[in-house]
Design a protein around this ligand. Structure first.
Ligand code: SF4
Length: 223
C-alpha cells in the first residue's frame, strides 16, 4: 500500500476540509435536526441516528420532538411510551436507555445537556461518536466525529486499512482533528457525513467525479 508523510498528511487534511466544505455548500442534505442549536433536540437525533438511516429518522423526528419537547417530557412519559414511539424505527429497545439517560441528565445536570465530551460520553447509550456529534453540532466545538462513514473517507484517502476499532483509534482521531476547522465544525460534520453517503459510498464510490481523487490512495490503487 502507498504511504504518505506528515507534511503530505497535513496538506491533504487541508484539502479534504476545503473540498468537502465546498461540496457541502451545494449538496448538503436538509434534515430538521440540522436547523437547531438546541442540544436536547440534537441529542435525540443522534440517539435515533445510531445505526439508522437519516431518511428513516426524518419520518418520525418532528412528531417525536413535538410530543417530547424537552428532557422532562421523556421522564414523564416513561419507558413504555418511549418504546412505542420508537417502534417504527425498529428502535423500541432504546426506550429504556432513553428514559435512563433523561433521568440521569435531570439528576446529575439539572436537566441541562452536558457541554463537555466526557460527561456526554458517560451518559447511558451515548458513545464517542454521539458525544462528538453533539459537541460539534450543538456547541460548535471541534470533536473527532468518527463513525463508519467518516472512517471510510479517511481510510481510503490516506490508505489506512480500517478495522472495527478505527473509530476509537488514536491514528484516526489525529487525522480527523487535523481535518476539523473549529470555525466550521458543524458544517464540516454534516458535509462529511453526506459526502460519505452520496459520493464516497461503501459499495460504489463515485471516484471519477470526486474532488478528492487526486489525493486518494484507494482511488490511485484501483486505477
Ligand atoms: S476518490 Fe473515491 S474512494 Fe477516494 S474519497 Fe473520492 S469517492 Fe472516496
Amino acid at each position: 500500500m502507498m504511504e504518505i508523510n506528515k507534511k503530505e498528511e497535513s496538506d491533504i487534511s487541508f484539502r479534504i476540509r476545503n473540498i468537502i466544505l465546498a461540496w457541502g455548500e451545494k449538496n448538503m442534505r436538509n434534515f430538521p435536526w440540522r436547523h437547531t442549536g438546541d442540544p436536547y433536540k440534537i441529542l435525540i437525533a443522534e440517539i435515533m441516528l445510531h445505526r439508522t438511516r437519516a431518511e428513516q429518522v426524518n419520518r418520525i423526528y418532528d412528531s417525536f420532538i413535538m410530543k417530547y419537547p424537552d428532557i422532562y417530557a421523556i421522564v414523564d412519559a416513561g419507558p413504555h411510551a418511549l418504546k412505542n414511539d420508537l417502534k417504527s424505527l425498529g428502535l423500541s429497545y432504546r426506550g429504556d436507555m432513553l428514559y435512563r439517560l433523561a433521568a440521569q441528565i435531570i439528576e446529575k445536570y439539572d436537566g441541562n445537556i452536558p457541554d463537555n465530551i466526557n460527561d456526554l460520553a458517560s451518559l447511558p447509550g451515548i458513545g464517542d461518536y454521539a458525544a462528538s456529534a453533539v459537541m460539534c453540532s450543538a456547541y460548535k466545538s471541534p470533536a473527532p466525529f468518527l463513525d463508519t462513514n467518516t472512517v471510510r473517507i479517511i481510510s481510503r484517502v490516506y490508505g489506512i486499512k480500517p478495522t472495527d476499532s478505527s473509530r476509537r483509534s488514536k491514528e484516526f482521531k489525529m487525522i480527523m482533528n487535523s481535518i476539523i476547522d473549529s470555525s466550521d465544525t458543524r458544517k464540516l460534520m454534516f458535509s462529511m457525513l453526506d459526502f460519505a453517503a452520496i459520493v464516497c459510498t461503501h459499495h460504489t464510490p463515485e471516484c471519477s467525479v470526486c474532488g478528492l481523487n487526486r489525493d486518494c490512495i484507494f482511488h490511485k490503487e484501483m486505477k
